[in-house]
Design a protein around this ligand. Structure first.
Ligand code: GLY
Ligand code: MN
Ligand code: MN
Length: 353
């Protein structure tokens, strides 16, 4: 079933005449429109892309199944909804602001009903073409990581490494970062989300690179922790524990598995090794048009894995005053198990200087 029919099925079940999508990722998923403003409105027998002058020709190219409707400083979205004669319409209750709602209500007197993220639920299962785009985004990240292994030298700042990371992903076809990369060296590795700073990377530091790119709308996400020079025994031991946890969780991924159980596999290994309190985040998340999507690998998400989901597997150990290790792969849930989309080596890399 195509996406529009699937949406209509949900709308019908909710007793709605239509639903509109304003959140950029949903708007793109529904219509193919990449512009930064506009509404994709789906009704039982038609679909409309409602936007302003800047995007008129773009709608023609990107949204052949959608009728263009104009909004402007004179014509509000609420007016368009009213003129279409709609009486009961769904909206994205997780995205629309109270102010947006007030403006809309001033011109539209019909009933507005929360759609409760049903579109995000449809988005959880990736189509073949979506999987290929995530795969490509991940390939760009993997190739970039490989390049960075030759580039990184003691004496560089984290910021310099970040700039090069972004530069190299862009050269390889990325549209941008999927999130601001984490570049954390030495003691800063204990910050799970340490942004690149002016800290100089020293010989003997562990360096965590957590990054990804966007390719044609789709995200990648990977983490590797490397040693800049020879690693100390203490850090090596932590690395091996995280790697064991990461691999064990991977092995447990298959259709029918419960997300919180996968988290438990990695958490169990890290806790048994005595570092349970140093792994303070969930094991992973789904990914697609957004870098963080549902379901999640954490202690409370009891969602069931299904073929076509793409998840991350990213355990970590963070020790204030010492540093940290995180290893993250992208994983596709297949019909009978999993496929790792990340291609970079996971054994500890010690750069030689
Ligand atoms: N730091 C973003 C992520 O790996 O989820
Ligand atoms: Mn990441
Ligand atoms: Mn991640």
């Amino acid at each position: 079933m195509n996406t529009l029919d699937r949406i209509r099925e949900e709308l019908k079940e909710m007793g709605l005449e239509g639903g509109f999508f304003y959140k950029p990722e949903n708007r793109f998923y529904v219509s193919g429109f990449t512009g930064s403003a506009g509404y994709a409105l789906v009704t039982m027998d038609k679909a409309y892309l409602i936007t302003d002058f800047r995007y008129f020709s773009q709608v023609g190219e990107q949204c052949p199944d959608f009728e263009l409707k104009e909004i402007s400083t004179q014509i509000s979205f609420g007016q368009v909804l009213s003129e279409l004669g709609l009486k009961k319409v769904g909206f994205e209750d997780d995205f629309m602001t109270i102010e947006d709602m007030e403006v809309l209500k001033s011109k539209f007197s019909g009933e507005l009903v929360p759609m409760k993220r049903f579109i995000e639920e449809i988005r959880q299962i990736k189509r073949e073409d979506e999987i290929e785009l995530v795969r490509k985004a991940q390939n760009i990240a993997d190739d970039t990581f490989s390049y960075m292994l030759d580039f990184i030298k003691p004496g560089m700042t984290e910021r310099e490494v970040h700039l090069e990371l972004v530069n190299q992903m862009t050269r390889r076809g990325a549209d941008g970062e999927s999130f601001t990369a984490i570049v954390a060296s030495g003691e800063r590795g204990a910050l799970p989300h340490g942004r690149a700073s002016d800290k100089v990377i020293e010989k003997g530091d562990f360096l965590t690179l957590d990054f990804g790119c966007i390719y044609k709308g789709y995200c990648s996400d990977m983490t590797r922790t490397i040693s800049v020079g020879k690693a100390s025994d203490e850090l090596k031991e932590i690395y091996e524990i995280v790697l064991r946890a990461q691999k064990a969780a991977l092995e447990a991924i298959k259709p029918g598995a419960v997300c919180s159980d996968i988290d438990g596999v990695a958490r169990g290994i890290i806790s048994e090794a005595g570092y349970g309190d140093n792994f303070g985040h969930g094991l992973g998340h789904s990914i697609g048009l957004e870098v963080h999507e549902n379901p999640r690998f954490n202690q409370v998400d009891n969602s069931i894995l299904k073929p076509g989901m793409i998840m991350t597997d990213e355990p970590g150990i963070y020790i204030p005053g010492l540093g940290g290790v995180r290893i993250e792969d992208l994983v596709l849930v297949t019909e009978d198990g999993y496929e790792v989309l990340s291609k970079s080596d996971k054994e500890l890399i010690e750069l030689e200087f």
